[in-house]
Design a protein around this ligand. Structure first.
Ligand SMILES: Nc1ncnc2c1ncn2[C@@H]1O[C@H](COP(=O)(O)OP(=O)(O)OP(=O)(O)O)[C@@H](O)[C@H]1O
Length: 261
């Protein structure tokens, strides 16, 4: 994969709302992720982080609000234009979501093969090239995902997310379940891939070390809204009691008190 132009695609969410039944999960989310920047999104379990990513990806239709990608309102686009735009986005799903019925190389090139952008023979070579970028030997391409360790599965999932050279990449908890060293390795690979592609990145993580490694900016979702944005390097020392409590993992603070009510 050659080094690419920095993307011109940024993502802007304006007043995004989504309810499931009586549960208002997103309640007016505003967030601006400029082109070629990296944003990490924090928030408690069930705060709507994955729902937000799925809205951006077009997998969930929001009830209200605007999703602008590259300055265009995607909710008002024709289905065809939207599909073309979505093809410029890659996603690393929580738990990898690899297909055990396919060998690793087909997983890595799944999107390119499905869209007939590549022959099967070329896909094998492409998979070997992208696997090398995440530190895996070409021979791993012939294995089933079920034969791999958790860390290797995350590398394969990362390879799959970047194989089609997306301009926007969404990462949903890319290091959850890994030991701290493997987590740091995956963070390094994520940062390398995003940099090489010149991509815009949005990552969900519960790991503050990871957030500081992969994010320039951070945002915190709470009660369906973004309550803080700022430099990821400041996490734990932002001066915002809610964010600092969350980043430091402290039991006492505004978030606990609300839970006790
Ligand atoms: N398709 C769906 N149908 C109904 N409810 C849903 C659906 N998707 C998500 N939810 C609900 O929306 C809420 C937010 O879910 P979401 O997965 O976005 O949380 P999260 O912030 O990513 O949490 P975690 O950190 O635990 O992964 C949860 O209460 C969840 O049950």
């Amino acid at each position: 994969m050659s080094s690419q132009r920095p993307t011109t695609l940024g993502v802007k969410l304006i007043g995004l709302r989504k309810a499931f039944g009586p549960k208002q999960v997103l309640d007016g989310v505003n967030l601006d992720i400029p082109p070629n920047s990296s944003m990490v999104v924090l928030g408690g379990s069930g705060s709507g982080k994955s729902v937000m990513l799925k809205c951006i990806l077009g997998l969930i239709q929001p009830d209200e609000g605007v999703i602008e990608i590259g300055g265009q309102d995607v909710l008002k686009m024709s289905a065809r234009d939207r599909t073309a735009l979505m093809n410029r986005i890659g996603m690393l799903f929580q738990n990898g979501a690899l297909f055990d019925s396919l060998p690793v190389w087909e997983n890595v090139c799944f999107k390119l093969l499905a869209q007939k952008r590549i022959t099967r023979r070329a896909a094998r070579d492409k998979a070997a090239e992208v696997l090398a970028q995440v530190g895996l030997a070409a021979s791993v391409g012939d294995l089933s995902p079920a034969e791999l360790s958790g860390g290797m599965q995350k590398r394969v999932a990362l390879a799959r997310a970047v194989a089609a050279e997306p301009e926007i990449i969404l990462f949903d908890e890319p290091t959850t379940g890994l030991d701290p060293i493997m987590g740091a390795v995956i963070d390094g690979l994520i940062a390398d891939c995003v940099h090489r592609l010149g991509a815009t990145a949005i990552s969900i993580t519960h790991d503050m070390a990871s957030a500081r490694r992969i994010g320039q900016q951070a945002a915190m979702l709470y009660r369906g809204q973004v309550v803080w944005t700022g430099p990821a390097a400041q996490l734990g020392d932002t001066g915002n009691a809610m964010v600092d409590q969350f980043a430091r993992g402290e039991r006492e603070g505004p978030i606990t008190m609300e839970l006790r009510r």
